[in-house]
Ligand binder design. Structure first.
Ligand code: ADP
Ligand code: MG
Length: 724
């Protein structure tokens, strides 16, 4: 008999590279850019001038689109989509599962004469009605009150999703309950962008600007992922169902050679990347970067940044497409934060900034006047991150990310900001400025011509910081690879809106209606922020133990895991800031808290059931078989008068005993019920189930090191990570 593992290995060895039918050459890809997007160019062609202008006003200025124009847009969209071979349309939405959801409807209706006619009314474009009770709602929707709506997001263009068997017109939408509460990621994202625009505009007006258009939050998400051969994936029930390996000894060769990062990309992987990019180009996703990441089998893809909303929608397409394309190339794409213990996990660096017609407002620039403006936006962000650090921390909390944050490969769970040497120095000077403003007035009087010119790269890089200024943007690095980027973006936008509100209000107060006092007022407010929020600025090694102590002294929270972090969502200050700008109501926040806590329980519960199943049905039988082989040998040797060496047998017996003991403990702790207190239930998972799983794993991984290779049932780390 052969194990699934052996079958997988032979299948991998016999893999025939895909002979690519499509031309992936650069020229072709470039000419295909955006061809599957109902973009500006298409709309200009297909819409009447007034309709086109109205849609543009919605996209560029945030004006409400007159619903009566929807018929005209729908009709043009239908014509375009049919021409592109689409047979169906779908409202794509982003429920709190953090996956993409879609329900397809055919364009074709019976025409009453035995044939069909293609139909797509404005009403079908504007609104859809999926069943809301089958998605997580945290009590907002229950099965008997199921009504939910999807609402067309005019600001994110519709696109064609191509499939060899038929194309689909995809319309990005927001997803709401019949009662008006958000059930998704997009709704609060759009609300938060609106809030940020409003408050940033106030600040820009104080600087004397009037024609700056809309202030938009931008997002540039870098996605890390693993690729392994698909045959290994299917031979590992843990990967298949939990997205990570729950067993597996550390391979003899891991990442310590540091020979994978930026190394030559293996051929199969490169072909996969190119074809995925080909798809992205057609959908107008500006993919820019691809490279090997630190761990063997780990890679990264990054587009050029876009509006946070579009960047978010595109990020979902990226995750989906990577997984679909991997299958085509005989691989599985793992997006879990920690697929392999002992090997670096995957994150998603979300680069964030805000900009408008005037340019990127976080660009230090060279003009002193711009610098003053830059400092306002920069310090507003620093204040926001300090003041609402627990909210930001909670926005990246998940069972998967718990394995990564603070594990010496990813930033710690302590939220701090890395500014870089020069900017930190300016920050410190600002702090001084408050203490003795007259003395330092010559050099740092904000808003006057003597302000020092900042270099473009205001500092070195620091990989250990969860939140770093990187030249002209902030990079939030604690986001998990599997996560929707929407929620961290929502938090960023909302808390920075709050800080800009604060800045504008304080400056107005200081000025007391006298425009002459603007520079002084600015100086006072900035110095105030620098003084009050300096604790969050940290340029040292975030991985060190010293930092944990220092951070505690500074009063920075260290919410080490999901169960520590999630309750912060419902802190009054956090509920207040989300509510103040209409981003999420208290009921919406509470429902999300409930959903994510529940999700944690579901995740760990699935993992523990898998651990149990694999331990009992795969690992224990292998261990027992080996035990039986060794004991037969011992008996045989004795029978012919030899003294058998039973060292190995004793070791196997010991480890098997530990495994069985571990299984018993795990079964015991898994018998816990949720008695109406989800936090208590989730805490039980963290404090009892996870450690029990680890106990099983420790015995199993030790067995992997002694049991005969031919008996071992699971593909090993070295096989999965190195066989390409
Ligand atoms: P690195 O790995 O060096 O951090 P990458 O090139 O992999 O950088 O990714 C950087 C990401 O930051 C890209 O998505 C890039 O478009 C994005 N980015 C650059 N400028 C900005 C900005 N002003 N706002 C938001 N994102 C930005
Ligand atoms: Mg980066």
């Amino acid at each position: 008999s052969t194990t699934g593992r052996q079958e997988a290995i032979s299948a991998v060895i016999n893999y025939k590279p895909l002979v690519n039918a499509i031309d992936l050459e650069g020229e072709t890809s470039r000419s295909l850019y955006g061809t599957n997007v109902f973009n500006d160019k298409v709309m200009r062609e297909l819409l009447s001038k007034p309709v086109y202008k109205a849609v543009q006003r919605t996209i560029e200025k945030g004006e409400t689109l007159d619903a009566s124009l929807a018929d005209a847009v729908a009709s043009a969209m239908k014509t375009w989509a049919l021409e592109k071979g689409a047979t169906h349309f779908t409202h794509v939405f982003y429920p709190l599962t953090s996956l993409t959801a879609e329900k397809h409807d055919s364009f074709f209706d019976p025409d009453g004469a035995g044939g069909t006619i293609a139909q797509f009314a404005g009403s079908a474009l504007i609104q859809g009605e999926p069943d809301a009770s089958s998605f997580p709602s945290g009590g907002i929707r229950s099965t008997f009150e199921a009504r939910g709506y999807t609402a067309w997001d005019v600001t994110s263009p519709a696109y064609i999703y191509e499939n060899p068997n038929g194309n689909t017109l995809c319309i990005p939408t927001a997803f709401l309950s019949w009662t008006g509460e958000a059930l998704d990621h997009k709704t609060p994202l759009l609300r938060s962008m609106q809030a940020l625009n409003q408050q940033a505009s106030r600040v820009l007006k104080l600087f004397g600007h009037s024609d700056f258009g809309m202030v938009t939050a931008s997002a540039g998400p870098e996605q890390e992922y693993f690729l392994i051969d698909r045959n290994f994936y299917f031979a590992r029930p843990d990967l298949l169902n939990a997205g990570r390996t729950l067993f597996g000894a550390k391979p003899p060769k891991g990442q310590e050679f540091e020979d994978h990062y930026f190394g030559a990309i293996p051929e199969r992987v490169l072909a996969f990347m190119m074809e995925a990019e080909h798809e992205f180009y057609k959908q107008g996703i500006p993919i820019k970067t691809r490279h090997n990441e630190v761990a063997p089998g780990q890679f990264e893809i990054a587009p050029v940044y876009e509006s946070a909303n579009l960047g978010h929608d595109h990020q979902h397409i990226i995750m989906l497409t990577l997984q679909r394309m991997a299958a085509k190339y005989g691989m599985a794409c793992l997006l879990h934060e920690k697929p392999f213990a002992g090997i670096n996990g995957s994150g998603k660096h979300v680069n964030w900034s805000l900009g408008c017609k005037l340019g990127n407002l976080l660009d230090p620039g060279e003009n002193p006047h711009d610098n003053a403006q830059f400092l306002v936006f920069c310090l507003a962000t620093i204040r926001a991150v300090h003041k609402y650090s627990t909210l930001l921390r909670a926005s990246v909390a998940s069972a998967g990310n718990d394995h990564r944050l603070g594990a010496n490969e990813a930033p710690p769970a302590i939220i701090s900001i890395f500014l870089g040497e020069q900017l930190e120095d300016i920050f410190n000077q600002l702090k001084e400025g408050k203490a003795s403003s007259s003395k330092t007035s010559g050099t740092l009087k904000i808003g006057v011509d003597t302000l020092p010119t900042l270099p473009r790269h205001a500092g070195d890089r620091n990989r250990t910081s969860p939140f770093a200024f990187t030249g002209n943007r902030f990079e939030f690095r604690a986001v998990g690879s599997n996560q929707s980027i929407a929620w961290p973006l929502v938090v960023m936008n909302c808390i920075v809106a709050d800080s800009l509100d604060f800045v504008a209000t304080e400056i107005e107060k200081e000025m007391g209606g006298d425009p002459e006092k603007f520079n002084d007022a600015l100086q006072t407010v900035l110095s105030g922020i620098a003084t009050e929020h300096s604790a969050v600025v940290f340029g040292g090694n975030g991985y060190s133990e010293d930092w944990h102590e220092e951070a505690a002294k500074r009063g920075l929270p260290n919410l080490r895991n999901t169960i520590d972090a999630l309750p912060a969502l419902t802190d009054p200050a956090n509920i207040a800031v989300l509510g103040k700008y209409g981003v999420l109501s208290e009921r919406e926040v509470e429902s999300r808290y409930e959903i994510w806590l529940d999700r944690y329980c579901l995740d760990i519960n699935t993992e523990s059931m898998l651990a149990l199943e694999i331990a009992k049905t795969k690992i224990l039988p292998a261990a027992l078989t080996y035990q039986s082989q060794l004991s037969s040998l011992a008996i045989n040797l004795k029978n012919i008068g030899k003294t058998p060496n039973t060292t190995l047998l004793d070791q196997v017996i010991d480890l098997t005993d530990s495994l069985e003991a571990g299984i018993a403990t795990l079964e015991e702790v898994m018998a816990h019920e949720n008695e109406g207190d989800t936090l208590a239930h989730a805490t039980h998972f963290r404090d009892h189930v996870l450690p029990a799983m680890l106990k099983v794993r420790t015995a199993a991984d030790a067995l992997e090191g002694v049991v005969a290779d031919e008996l071992w049932p699971l593909p090993t780390f070295q096989e999965m990570l190195f066989i390409k």
